[in-house]
Design a protein around this ligand. Structure first.
Ligand code: BES
Ligand code: ZN
Ligand code: ZN
Length: 491
């Protein structure tokens, strides 16, 4: 638990962990903006003479009372994202200290894209709150987390609204991480839908509609039902709508769609032991869009936002759909199921068709859709595929501002042809293993109607285990791409 406070002048002699930044251009070790007390202390540390203020350099020294002082190098021209990572490292350092309060000298920090002290304060709040995230739900011994106070100190005035917004953003990303980290025996389609309902009920200006199996049947969502066929749980279809109180001139209707496979066994195309563990994260698309939706509601986005989440597991059993089955989707197209492990595209297909009927200006889906995405772009980069260049550019800009990597892959005619079936309209896998990620996108595009601008984010690589990002837990759900979506929803 972190408690953030704003202060304009604090005496640097209380029980704080002091956190300061040094830019390389301030050749002298001691920064001109540092409080005198800290300068005096720092002078006593010969080791600090070596300190060049290079990016990534972090030193911890102690004052007379053994209060830690963390000094961070910022280099020549640090980028915001790089600073965010360094702040996360500094937070971990502070966590290891005895004191429970930190005092941040915001005036000693600078970053290339940051113009106002408010933005610097936001960066600290967000980075601290994201790094503070722990998932201990299933530990029988619950250790009580100590409350930590973080004082943001600047000679300039910091708006409390900025702090609050950054806290809400981090809270939504952490809530999304919680959802993804839940064990699949606990978070199934039915319990997950209930959980979303309970949470969304607390949000203002949000309407909730949750379709049960009988209603999903009435909607003719044959593809979602086919994935659910082997399950002991009913499917659910979550439809949330946020209508802003205050619309702006540029107000749009944006629809988010998230893959909600609560566990992916692969079905009859059963996954091997080496790749089945971790498939509880196959609902990360849904938790990503819900996290972004929730934040946009709290931050009062000017846009109407729909959040659509099809939910089921992909189970194996006597009633499960077999390969070679041919299933009709909600849009009337028939699909030859050649691989039951390519199930994400099936549930998204019906969800996308349903979403098109809402006539939004934009549809953005997020899904842990293909293992091939990790081959193409590794575990650090999210793939984007779209039918609309303008939307792609807007999303890339939003990702750039969030410090998240987003890279476009094409959907070429040849790949659209490759998913045509001899016996049905289309088939759910391509003719070979090549270009698995964009071929999955070509499949999804079959379910976009009326030329609605649509973009598909394949988050298979980035959804979990982002150990290279200091503000993400080394294992488990990352929450990566939520900030990008929030940026898009708030523009
Ligand atoms: N959920 C998986 C994709 C995945 C793999 C996500 C690894 C995260 C990590 C998806 O449903 C799947 O199994 N896709 C298949 C598609 C194939 C059968 C065309 C895959 O990637 O192997
Ligand atoms: Zn699968
Ligand atoms: Zn899957």
């Amino acid at each position: 638990m972190l408690d953030f406070k704003i202060a304009q002048q604090v005496k640097a002699n209380t029980d704080f962990c002091h956190i300061l930044g040094v830019q390389a251009k301030d050749k002298k070790v001691l920064h001109k903006n540092w409080p005198k007390e800290i300068q005096n202390i720092a002078q006593k540390y010969p080791i600090l003479k070596e300190f060049k203020g290079e990016e990534g350099e972090i030193y911890t020294v102690f004052d007379k009372e053994q209060n830690p002082i963390i000094i961070m190098g910022l280099g020549e021209k640090i980028k915001k994202e790089q600073l965010k990572r360094n702040i996360a490292t500094a937070f971990k350092n502070f966590e290891g200290q005895k004191v429970d309060s930190a005092l941040i000298y915001l005036d000693t920090f600078a970053a290339e894209e940051i113009k106002k002290v408010d933005e610097m304060a936001e960066l600290f709040v967000e980075a601290f709150a994201l790094t503070d995230y722990k998932f201990n739900l299933y530990k029988s011994k619950q250790t009580k987390e100590k409350k930590k106070t973080i004082v943001l100190n600047s000679s300039q005035k910091i708006a409390t609204a900025s702090i609050k917004a950054a806290q809400q953003t981090a809270e939504c990303i952490n809530l999304s991480r919680d959802l993804s980290n839940k064990a699949p025996n606990e978070l199934d389609s039915v319990s997950y839908a209930k959980l979303l309902e309970q949470d969304a009920k607390k949000l203002k200006n949000v309407k909730i509609k949750i379709l049960k199996k009988s209603e999903i049947v009435k909607e003719k969502m044959g593809l979602l039902l086919s994935v659910n066929a082997g399950s002991s749980k009913e499917p659910r279809f979550v439809h949330l709508t946020y209508i802003p109180k205050k619309k702006a001139k540029n107000s749009k209707h944006i629809a988010l769609v998230g893959k909600g496979i609560t566990f992916d066994t692969g079905g009859y195309n059963l996954k091997p032991s080496t790749s089945i563990a971790g498939m509880k994260f196959d609902m990360a698309g849904s938790s990503t869009v819900y996290g972004a939706f929730r934040a946009a509601v709290l931050l009062e986005s000017p846009h109407t936002i729909s959040c659509i989440i099809p939910l089921t597991d992909n189970a194996i059993g006597p009633t499960a759909t077999t390969p070679d089955s041919i299933i009709k989707g909600r849009n009337g197209k028939t699909v030859e199921i050649l691989n039951t492990d390519a199930e994400g595209r099936l549930i998204l297909a019906d969800a996308l068709d349903y979403t098109c009927d809402l006539k939004p200006n934009y549809i953005i889906d997020a899904a842990t859709l293909t293992g091939a995405c990790l081959v193409a772009l590794g575990t650090e980069v999210c793939a984007i595929m779209s039918n609309n260049n303008d939307l792609t550019q807007k999303l890339k800009e939003s990702a750039q501002n969030a410090g998240e990597y987003l890279w476009e892959l094409p959907i070429i005619e040849e790949w659209k042809k490759d998913i045509k079936s001899k016996v049905a309209d289309i088939k759910n896998i391509g003719g070979n293993r090549n270009a698995g990620t964009p071929k999955a996108a070509a499949f999804l595009q079959e379910f976009i109607k009326n030329d609605i601008a649509w973009a598909h984010l394949d988050i298979a690589g980035v959804a979990d285990n982002q150990s290279h990002l200091p503000y993400c837990p080394a294992n488990g759900a990352s929450g990566v791409m939520i900030k990008s979506l929030i940026n898009f929803l708030m523009k």
